[in-house]
Design a protein around this ligand. Structure first.
Ligand code: BGC
Ligand code: BGC
Length: 646
């Protein structure tokens, strides 16, 4: 009995103890959890709720010198806030608009073809002003930069003036004209709230097989230096006479350095041949050919410079400390900020963390992030905490970025109103038309076929590029890879320009395919043919002759016309050696953009042919690459030398 009672008692006691222990353990666990969560909120709220600086903090005072304001602001920034400024995020990758203030993002961009939901001036303005407003919600209220590739006008936006691509401007050789074109472009960009443009291109193409030849002015360093610095002045200064701050639109000469000198077959991208390839590590050539244009834009006050996707020998440019830090910032005395190109930083081998560390230590101040920004910010802050990047280096980068923001007056200005009237304005289109006329290069003119005369009363026009504003504009127009057809509001095709200008007594007939109903011979046939739009490595090719269709059209036109003029629409010289003898006149018209009427102005003799080839016109592929002094690879002479033009 005793044992029975005792046994029951012990069992109860045991259960009792068990229950208590369970209770204690669960309560302790719960308390621990509450503690952890509390601590998390405490510390994270500590981070976000660092007090905002007082309204009269020196950096907020417009009357103080920029350098003083920069140092004041820098001294108030946390490491995270500094690293946030170094991030340039593709706008389509922003997960929520709140992230802009939360991470203190320094800049956003629209890549080629990246448009607002409504691709109108209003749509652009609302989008950009919305993003800038979001950036001002951060603790320090640092406004963001918003960048676009306005490389031939504000050309992601339909209805904006599309100027000739730079190769055409190179053919004009006219620095004042180029400066005005850059200024008009900047006006249209700024009209929609955008404050940054990734232009001009200072690349020097030596091989026309490359898909970015048309983005460059020339292969002559002197001409590129002269036109490139004019372009920077036009972009950054609203008026030719007011070179004072604030800057107008921030300019970004690109791509530093050696771009255009990459070898065929050296691309790091398996889809490409030259683009993103390897520039031979020949320092003499780099200094003689590729550096002078950059030295000149630094003198002209370029606020930022984009570092290329190429490599110098085995090293990707974003990892090239010697070239980026020692040469550009040291020797050339560049005080603006460097920005990496697209996914360039992550092409440095070794994984994302390592690539970021190498690039920042090499001297990249702002990193273009097409996809992810959170990992970038986490990686770079971690690297600073681990001592793999010094805080002094971060400060240097942020100082340079803030310098541009202060120079632009971003901290002091309110929101400027939308100026939709500037987009594709009459004055800008007239300027573009003038630039088109000045860019045409007359390569051949038998029996003074051109200009057209009053005797030419029957003109036949043919060819796939004759009535095609998309094609004559080339890539980086509304879409990254360009568009076809006549959908650009306000644009004029070359055919329309000729129709408008032709004397009323002149009969102008058009058939894209060169098949006309009547067999009688016209006085003159004008074939307008050439390349379809392409961008970047997608335009790398060895097929540089006219297409079979184009040749057939020209042949058909020749049968029904007494003389034949061929107008070539292309981003580069094409190989026409076997065809040219059967044509009476040939015009290189490059990629003229939205104002096709500029071609008619010269065809009808209202303006003279003024353009000169901005680079040699090769006779055959074996001549490539062509050195700066004009020496071809196989030692034979090009079809036309650089600066040729009748
Ligand atoms: C191009 C740059 C351009 C950037 C942003 C890159 O792929 O190389 O020229 O500025 O994209 O669109
Ligand atoms: C973007 C371009 C960029 C390219 C780089 C495209 O998706 O729109 O801006 O230059 O990618 O490969």
């Amino acid at each position: 009995m005793y044992w029975y009672v005792m046994g029951k008692y012990t069992a109860r006691l045991k259960m009792h103890i068990k229950q208590h222990v369970l209770l204690y353990v669960t309560s302790a666990l719960a308390l621990l959890c509450i503690g952890i969560v509390g601590m998390y909120f405490f510390f994270s709220s500590q981070r976000v709720s660092l007090p905002p600086p007082p309204p009269d903090a020196p950096y907020r005072q417009a009357n103080l010198p920029d350098e003083e304001r920069i140092e004041d602001l820098l001294s108030r920034m946390t490491l995270e806030e500094k690293v946030g400024q170094m991030a340039l995020v593709e706008k389509n990758s922003i997960l929520t608009q709140d992230d802009i203030a939360r991470y203190g993002i320094g800049a956003l961009l629209s890549g080629g073809g990246a448009k607002p939901p409504r691709n109108t001036p209003e749509g652009w303005y609302e989008m950009v002003v919305g993003f800038i407003g979001a950036s001002r919600q951060s603790r320090l209220g640092i406004p963001l930069l918003y960048g676009v590739d306005a490389i031939h006008g504000h050309s992601n936006l339909p209805g904006a003036t599309v100027f000739p691509h730079l190769i055409g401007l190179g053919a004009t050789g006219d620095a004042l004209l180029v400066e005005e074109v850059a200024r008009a472009t900047a006006r249209e960009v700024a009209a929609t709230g955008v404050n940054w443009s990734y232009s001009p291109t200072l690349d020097l193409p030596r091989d026309i097989r490359w898909g970015r030849v048309y983005e460059a002015f020339s292969d002559d360093p002197k001409l590129v230096a002269q036109l490139g610095s004019a372009y920077v002045r036009g972009t950054q200064h609203a008026s030719r006479f007011a070179t004072e701050t604030p800057l107008f639109v921030l300019s970004t000469p690109k791509h530093y350095i050696g771009v255009g000198g990459m070898a065929w077959g050296s691309s790091s991208n398996k889809n490409f041949h030259i683009d993103q390839g390897m520039t031979p590590p020949d320092e003499r050539m780099l200094r003689d050919v590729y550096l002078p244009p950059f030295a000149e834009v630094v003198r002209a006050g370029a606020g930022s410079i984009m570092v290329g996707l190429n490599s110098w020998g085995d090293t990707k440019l974003s990892a090239e400390k010697y070239l980026v830090t020692d040469v550009l910032k040291g020797e050339l005395g560049f005080t603006g900020f460097t920005v990496s190109d697209w996914y360039g930083v992550y092409e440095i081998p070794g994984g994302d963390y390592h690539a970021g560390v190498i690039a920042i230590n090499a001297g990249i101040d702002m990193v273009m992030l097409p996809f992810d920004y959170k990992v970038f910010i986490k990686n770079i802050t971690r690297a600073v905490r681990k001592g793999e990047i010094s805080e002094a280096r971060i400060d240097e980068a942020v100082r340079r970025i803030l310098r541009a923001k202060f120079a632009l007056g971003l901290f002091d200005s309110g929101t400027e109103p939308l100026q939709a009237g500037l987009i594709g304005s009459g004055a800008h289109r007239a300027l573009a038309r003038e630039a088109v006329a000045a860019s045409l290069v007359l390569l051949k003119n038998e029996n003074r076929t051109l200009p057209l005369s009053l005797q030419d009363t029957h003109i036949r026009i043919a060819g796939s590029a004759a009535d095609n504003v998309g094609r004559q504009s080339g890539a980086w127009t509304v879409e990254w890879q360009g568009i076809e057809g006549n959908t650009l509001p306000g644009g004029t095709s070359i055919l329309e320009g000729i129709r408008e200008r032709a004397p009323s007594a002149t009969r102008v007939e058009y058939a894209a395919d060169g098949i006309f109903s009547s067999p009688e011979s016209a006085d003159i046939g004008i074939a307008i043919v050439g390349e379809r739009p392409y961008a970047e490595g997608w335009g790398d090719t060895e097929e540089l002759t006219l297409s079979t269709e184009d040749r057939e059209v020209i042949a058909r036109l020749k049968e029904v016309s007494d003389t034949v003029v061929v107008i070539i629409i292309s981003g580069r010289p094409l190989i026409i050696t076997d065809d040219i003898s059967s044509w009476d006149a040939v015009v290189a018209a490059w990629l003229p953009g939205s104002e096709g009427a500029g071609v008619a102005d010269v065809l009808f003799g209202d303006k003279e042919f003024r353009g000169k080839l901005p680079l040699p016109w090769p006779a055959r592929i074996e001549q490539l690459p062509i050195a700066t002094d004009g020496t071809t690879q196989d030692g034979t002479v090009p079809l036309f030398p650089r600066y040729f033009g009748l």
